[in-house]
Design a binder for this molecule. Structure first.
Ligand SMILES: Cc1cc2nc3c(=O)[nH]c(=O)nc-3n(C[C@H](O)[C@H](O)[C@H](O)COP(=O)(O)OP(=O)(O)OC[C@H]3O[C@@H](n4cnc5c(N)ncnc54)[C@H](O)[C@@H]3O)c2cc1C
Length: 518
């Protein structure tokens, strides 16, 4: 175990062991789970999160995976660090790529993104309040999380019910997590968070609002930390990846569970509450989280791109084709590289042009961050296409693993399904199954959908890009070039400029195409 000042940096084995301290109420495939740490259905997820711990112990990754927390001086895992400068943002981006080229999805960057957003919003809330309690309270919590090297799930996306209605208008109040009761010792939560990556094998959940709230939604404006085994919390999870499936060359080893988290009268003590009704601050919290998270998604999917590029090249090679000499295969590979590195470049730009929050921490520049996430969200399907193009149909058509050791067929198959003569059939088969798993199985679908919707659907990114981009400045530039007089707002007869939707105020804006629900 590595020690930091007063704390520790756990290894993967210690992280897995630490899960035994908790007794959460978890179901998977219709069965109750006796021990999360020993449940085979979660093993690929626990192993993937474990990589975030083990990599922090490797001296060669120290600069990326470790950081010094400014408010305590402690050395902490990068996934628990509050960003202060450009190097922090670049290191986080590269660290997430490193973790995800190994694991596909390592979950823990969500912890990072939520901690950074709550750090900013608690500080902002305290500027408005007569008794500034939230930020010091959160700092204390943050330092404990860092000291104990915890992993926190993000419980943000509510079940939401009828999407055309606001939380308070829902016929089923529990479709959004809300404060049911305020007591002297804390708040009582009720409601449902619909999609929580890694739910069962988190130490705690960070509950956050998933949208901007209005005054009528005050009870739904809640942010707090809940231990995974809090009384009243039930977690209904899917398996992590494809555990035990021999054909799943990647996702039998690494994958993530997603979970529905149902809160039934969960008491959260005040020292763990970071927002309780301050609906005016939900916009800041939600967009700050989205900004950090979209930046992380860029690193994550660039890691996925690395896997497809490597596997596609190996598949061509075992097919006996040299990409250098076959132009259309080279083109497909260049497409894959172009897509991966273009959204990654947006992540680099968002880091380099990072924006200092009034609290002193650094945020990724939001336009580049949102463009990068929008690119990967829509181009993931082209990435799969390029991988399919170079690989051929075997990735979905190869006989299953049961035939690998069938004495009646195994020999024949190895002889006739080989590719290049000096590459063993077993190797060709492995890479074929690897690509099939990542792009054309339930895991492949999972990566498409997480790319498209994880961190917000494309409409949310488009809204942020349009809201933040200085269109008016560009308009003024052209007006000046056309010699119409930029500063002239009326006297010359020029029409006053319209403000972009979403830029006119902090809350309640109407986005083109969005259903207005109040
Ligand atoms: C694999 C995976 C892992 C995830 N992990 C997490 C996690 O760890 N934590 C977490 O909190 N969330 C997580 N998410 C959730 C993710 O953030 C959401 O999927 C995303 O925000 C979209 O919400 P939704 O799925 O409810 O879709 P919906 O909100 O139902 O959206 C569906 C479509 O309807 C449109 N739409 C919705 N409402 C309106 C409206 N009022 N007006 C007009 N159009 C509308 C959307 O733009 C979209 O095109 C995860 C998602 C996936 C797929």
């Amino acid at each position: 175990m590595l020690m930091n000042s007063g704390g520790r940096i756990m290894s993967a084995a210690e992280y897995k062991e630490s899960l035994r301290r908790y007794q959460p109420r978890v179901f998977v495939n219709g069965q109750v789970v006796a021990s999360v740490a020993d449940e085979p259905q979660f093993e690929p997820g626990i192993r993937a999160v474990g990589v975030t711990y083990d990599f922090a112990q490797r001296p060669e990754y120290g600069g990326l995976m470790l950081a010094e927390q400014a408010t305590s001086g402690a050395t902490v895992n990068r996934m628990l660090h509050i960003n202060r400068d450009t190097d922090d943002l670049l290191s986080k981006l590269e660290a997430v790529r490193l973790l995800c080229r190994e694991t596909g999805c390592a979950q823990r960057y969500l912890t990072h993104d939520a901690l950074n957003a709550i750090y900013q919003s608690t500080w902002a809330m305290d500027q408005d309040a007569s008794n500034a309690e939230y930020h010091p309270r959160f700092l204390e919590y943050l330092h404990r999380v860092q000291q104990e090297d915890l992993t926190l799930g993000v419980a943000m996306t509510d079940a939401k019910g009828d999407r055309s209605k606001r939380p308070h208008q829902q016929s089923e109040r529990n479709s959004y997590v809300h404060i049911k009761e305020r007591r002297s010792d804390g708040v009582v939560l009720s409601g449902t968070k619909a999609i929580v990556t890694g739910g069962p094998y988190m130490h705690e959940l960070l509950v956050m609002p998933c949208r901007t709230m209005t005054e009528a939604d005050e009870d739904f404006a809640v942010c707090c930390a809940v231990p995974i085994d809090a009384e009243g919390l039930t977690i209904v999870a899917r398996p992590a990846g494809r555990p035990g499936d021999e054909e799943a060359k990647f996702s039998a080893k690494y994958g993530q569970s997603t979970a529905v988290c149902h809160f039934a009268d969960v008491l959260v003590p005040w020292e763990r509450v970071f927002m309780a009704g301050e609906w005016q601050h939900t916009e800041h919290l939600v967009t700050s989280y989205a900004n950090h998270h979209r930046h992380s998604c860029i690193g994550a999917r660039a890691g996925f791109g690395d896997l497809l590029i490597g596997a596609g090249a190996l598949m061509s090679e075992s097919n006996g084709l040299d990409m250098d000499k076959v132009p259309h295969l080279r083109d497909a590979m260049v497409d894959l590289i172009k897509i991966t590195e273009s959204f990654f470049a947006c992540g680099v730009a968002a880091s380099v042009y990072g924006v200092t929050d009034p609290c002193g921490s650094l945020m990724p520049e939001p336009v580049f961050s949102n463009i990068g996430k929008l690119l990967l969200a829509t181009k993931i399907y082209d990435m799969h296409r390029a991988a399919h193009e170079v690989s051929g149909g075997l990735i979905v058509a190869l006989p299953g693993p049961d035939e690998d050791h069938n004495p009646e067929t195994a020999g024949d198959l190895a002889a006739v399904l080989g590719g290049r003569s000096d590459i063993p059939y077993a190797q060709r088969m492995e890479v074929s199954r690897f690509i099939g798993d990542l792009t054309a199985s339930s895991t492949g679908g999972w990566y498409s959908v997480i790319s498209l919707h994880g961190g917000g659907s494309p409409a949310a990114m488009k809204r942020e890009i349009f809201r933040r981009y200085p269109v008016e400045e560009r308009q003024a530039l052209v007006e000046r070039l056309l010699d119409r007089g930029v500063a002239d707002t009326g006297e010359s007869g020029a029409p006053p400029r319209q403000r972009q939707p979403g830029q006119c105020c902090d809350t309640g804006c109407t986005v083109p195409g969005e259903i207005k629900s109040d």
